[in-house]
Each structure stands twice: as C-alpha cells, then as structure tokens.
Design a protein around this ligand. Structure first.
Ligand SMILES: [Zn+2]
Length: 581
C-alpha cells in the first residue's frame, strides 16, 4: 500500500513508544519531484556550534516505494541518495537511539521523551522550503509539548524544514502550566523534580509570575510591546547537576541542577538563564548573523559576531532579573563581580582575542579541555566584559546598549535581514563615534579593556581578595586514584615544576598527601620554601621541585565607592535597571 502523502512537503511521523529500548522510530512520507532523491541528516543544531555527527545515532535506514525496498547509495557520512523508479510517494524509515540528555540531543525513557529534531529528521533534497507535517505516537497517558500550530487531525505544521528542526519536543505525563506575556500565550513544562520531589512551579508558587516579569523586562529592553514569538514554550529539565540552555524561535529548552536550585542564589541564576534564552528570540534567532542566513546544517560556519550574540546576551541576562525588580543591587553586583573574577583568572585571555574566540568557537570553546583556560577565553565571558565596557562607554555619550539592540532590531531583526560585523560597528558608532576605532581594538586586543575607569563613572570599584595561601597555579581534585591535578596553569610554579593535568599527587615535602587539607598543612609549615613533589604519572613515580610564588588575588568584589557622587549613584541606578540616561 502506498503511504499517505497528501499535499506538498514531507509528513514526519515519530513513534516514541519503544521507551525501554530508547528508540524513536521515524517515518518520512513524501512525494519525490526528481528520479534521483538526496537526503541528509544535519551535522549540528543552530545555537550550539559543534559538529555533533547526529548520524551516529541513526540506524536501519530503509526506503520503500509501495512494498518495494529501494537500494540506497551513501554519498557522505550523513547523506544518501536513492534512484526512484517513478514519481510516486516514498516512505523512509529509520530509528534514532535517544540516550543523551542535553538540550541539543535526544532522550527517551519510560519517564519522558525529549527530541531535538536536528538530530532526528532527514532533510530531503529540494524540499527544504516546503511545509513539513509532524505526527507523534506516544505511550499511553503521555502528552506532547510542541511549539508549533496543530491542525484538526492533531498533526503539527511547520512552515519548512528549518522551522521543524527549530522545534524541540518534550513528551510525557507532565502537567502543563500556562501564562501570558503581554497577551501572548506562554507554556511552561518541566521534567524532573526539585530536591523536595515537586514540579518547579508547584514547588514555588511565585515562579511563573516571576518568569513573566523577566519576559516583560526583555520586551522593555528591546523597546517592543510584545514578544517576537506569537506563542512560546519553556521546557525545563531538572537534573542532578546540569546546566544549559538552547534558544529557538518559539521556545527554549533549559537544563538545570536541582541541587543548584536548592541554593539560595540558584533561583536567581535560573531566572538569569530564562532571561538569556528568552532574549535570544531576538538576539541571534531573529536578529541573526548573516553567516547563519540560511543555516548550513552540513558544516561548521565561522560566525565572527558570536561575541555580540552571546556576550551581550550574557551581560544583560545578569541585569534583567534586577530590571524586573526580582533581585537587589547587591546581588547583581555580586554576580557581575563573579564573572569579572572568572575572566581575570583566565590566563587564555592573553592568548586569544575576543574576535578569535568567536571565529574559533567550533574547535575551541565547544571542545574545551583541561588546558583550555590557558589558551582561550570564552566569547560569552569576555563578550560580557566588553558588553559592560560598551554599555558604560555609550552612557558617556548619553546612550546605552539597550539603544543599540533596539536600533539593530529595527534595521535588521524585524526585517529578517542578517547583520554583518560592519553593521554592528556602524550601529555602535552611530551612537558613539569613537567606538569606530575603540571597538575593533577591543575585539583584537589581548590586553583587558579599561574597566576601572568605566566602573568609576557609576561609583563602583573592584577590590581584590587575596588568597591566604601562596600561589602554586594548580587546581586539585579528589579523583578515584587520589589527589590529582585537574588544571596546571600556564606560567605558574606548577607548570615550571613540569607537572601535568592528571598527575596523581603522592607526597609534598616528604609528607604523604591524600586530602586538600594535607596540602594546606604543608604550605603552612614551609611557607614560600621550595617543596619536593612526588607524583605518579602513567604508572611511574616522578619527583620534582615546586617553588611557591607569593599569594595572588583569588576573586574581586564590586562595591560602591564611599566617595562616589550622587550623580554617579544615579547613573548606576539607571544602568543596572537597563534604563537609558
Ligand atoms: Zn546564549
């Protein structure tokens, strides 16, 4: 029997009932338009700049016309083609193994199903821009949460392949919570529970109202009355200790640790993650770098303005809950100081510029290892530092970053025009002409931008907290074999002693060390003296000498200056509230 294939564009059916095998059975029914049909699975998903080779989870691909199986030719690692005997409906069948729980992979268990469709749906040659219909078969008692319009048959309708793979699917017996933002319907669904065993809105009666306030603060920041999405879905996975988010046009998927949520600061940090992903519905999704228009799902594409897409968003996500009236000035200054500390403790900022960090995202940030801190700096982290400097610089010119975002939204985002690096520069220089020379310098510099002067404008100063112990430049952890070096910082005493990540620390100054406290005790007894270190590496014992350096700053605090003027304090209030001067 020929498959059902009415209307143009493929029908994608996903069967989620094989929960114990964690297999999603996929059927694509389509009308071929040529006798040679090509199809491919994306290698990555937008928003997460790593070639993931989703095809490693695809198995048992078959193509049928009527009852006849057609021979399939492999044309690439994730690409195939089929010679079609006649232009009659085709049926493609395969399975996807869904065992990886992140915001950009698939996970199917007896408790829930989560699908990132870039990892699931084949793109059919010549049919990318045709409408795609989506049909789900679910275990009994489950419902699906899909941020697409549904038709009378219960199928969901995507405008094209791009909109379909921009659609995350959460399914399970979970309840759905509805609220609205400036009249636009929003849904919140969470899988996994808090430490007390409750669903997130059930555990926190103010949660949805606070999320709504953060969403409204995002709209105010963008200078719009309503969100860009006509309707919106939040999916939250509460896991043991996870963290992450992925932005989509009509939704976001968040992963967050239930232990973090038990921490008093954890709720505010989750609101910041909500703000970050929600703001992405403008910055990076609709206000999109030209290099991503349209997406090339087959290969890595260099995006030089990732520092803007992620750095600006990371900077304002810290201010948005405050602008929504949900946290104090002290809390937001504490969060900004924590990021500035993390930045100043990253030796890689003297190796990789912000511009390079954006260009190298695919091969550096997304492939960071234990040495990454030495030779790279995240475009999220340094991007947020440069965003802070840009915002305060623009305020000297009686403007601010909110004006830049609003201007770019009007000139590019809401018109569907991708922006290039020059467009960003022009938008910033239109408000502060000296940024035409300063910004390129900050993007290419290996030195820190001039932060202290700008903080002075808003009556703030950074003060260092010095460590009580001499500086060794290693980070230790308790691994299964014992005390082990997790990091060895560049140009540090530990590096000069020849230590490497993964060395097992056996003895220090002739004393057996097994716990962190053992190291502290030795350092107290022989302050500053060269210490004999005995380590095990690859099954052999090695001895070396470690010469501690004077104690260094371990963090910085961001505090109001007692001598700051009333004008500086008012500038600070407006800046932290994301109000223009
Ligand atoms: Zn982001």
């Amino acid at each position: 029997m020929d498959p059902e294939c009415s209307g143009p564009g493929p029908l994608v059916s996903l069967d989620l009932r094989a929960t114990t095998a964690h297999l999603v059975v996929v059927t694509l029914e389509l009308q071929p338009e040529q006798l040679e049909l090509a199809f491919a699975l994306p290698a990555w998903t937008p928003g997460s700049y790593l070639i993931r080779d989703y095809v490693r989870q695809l198995e048992a691909l078959e193509v049928f016309q009527g009852d006849a199986a057609l021979p399939i030719r492999r044309t690439g690692v994730a690409a195939w083609s089929v010679r079609v005997p006649r232009l009659a409906p085709l049926r493609l069948r395969y399975r996807i193994l869904a065992t990886e729980l992140t915001v950009r992979t698939c996970h199917l268990t007896a408790e829930h199903g989560f699908l990132a469709l870039a990892a699931v749906v084949l793109q059919v040659g010549g049919q990318r821009w045709l409408p795609h219909r989506l049909r789900l078969q679910l275990p009994a008692g489950w419902q699906a949460f899909v941020p697409l319009p549904a038709d009378a048959n219960g199928d969901w309708l995507a405008r094209d392949f791009d909109q379909l793979v921009d659609t995350p699917i959460e399914a399970g017996p979970h309840p759905c919570h509805s609220f609205s933002v400036a009249g636009a319907p929003h849904r919140w669904v969470s899988w996994g529970t808090t430490l007390e065993g409750a669903d997130l809105p059930a555990a926190d009666p103010h949660w949805l109202a606070d999320v709504e306030r953060v969403c409204l603060a995002c709209c105010r920041l963008m200078g719009v009355e309503r969100p860009a999405a006509e309707h919106y879905l939040f999916v939250l996975h509460l896991t043991d200790n996870g963290y992450g988010g992925l932005e989509h046009d009509l939704s976001t998927v968040l992963q967050y640790g239930r232990r973090r949520l038990a921490d008093p600061d954890g709720r505010r940090k989750l609101l910041q993650l909500v703000a970050h992903e929600y703001l992405h519905q403008w910055n990076v999704r609709r206000l999109r770098p030209a290099e991503l228009c349209p997406y090339d799902y087959d290969r890595a594409v260099v995006v030089p303005s990732l520092w803007f897409a992620e750095g600006i968003t990371s900077y304002v996500d810290q201010l948005l809950p405050h602008a929504a009236g949900l946290c104090s000035e002290g809390e937001v200054l504490g969060d900004l100081a924590a990021d500035l500390s993390r930045y100043r403790l990253t030796p890689g900022r003297a190796v990789q510029s912000l511009r390079l960090s954006s260009q190298e995202a695919w091969v550096k940030l997304y492939k960071a290892d234990a040495y990454a801190v030495d030779n790279q700096v995240s475009y999220y982290l340094k991007g947020a530092v440069v965003a802070l400097v840009l915002d305060l610089h623009l305020r000297r010119h009686r403007s601010g970053l909110p004006a830049v975002l609003r201007g770019l939204w009007r000139s590019h985002g809401c018109q569907g025009r991708g922006y290039r690096q020059e467009d960003l520069l022009n938008a910033l220089a239109a408000l502060a002409p000296d940024l035409a020379t300063l910004l390129p310098r900050w993007l290419d510099a290996l030195e820190d931008p001039p932060l202290d002067d700008y903080l002075d404008d808003v009556g703030l100063a950074l003060s260092a907290e010095t460590s009580e112990e001499p500086w060794l430049g290693w980070h230790l952890e308790i691994a299964t074999q014992g005390l082990t070096t997790r990091r060895v910082l560049r140009d540090s005493p530990a590096e000069q002693a020849g230590l490497m990540v993964g060395d097992e620390l056996i003895a220090l100054a002739g004393q057996r060390v097994q716990r962190m406290e053992d190291v502290s005790t030795v350092l107290k007894v022989w302050p500053g003296a060269p210490l004999e270190v005995l380590v095990a590496r690859d099954g052999r014992l090695l001895s070396t000498v470690l010469t501690p350096a004077p104690a260094r700053a371990k963090a910085w605090r961001l505090e109001p200056r007692p001598d700051a003027s009333a004008e500086a304090a008012e500038r600070r209030r407006r800046w932290l509230a994301l109000e223009l001067p």
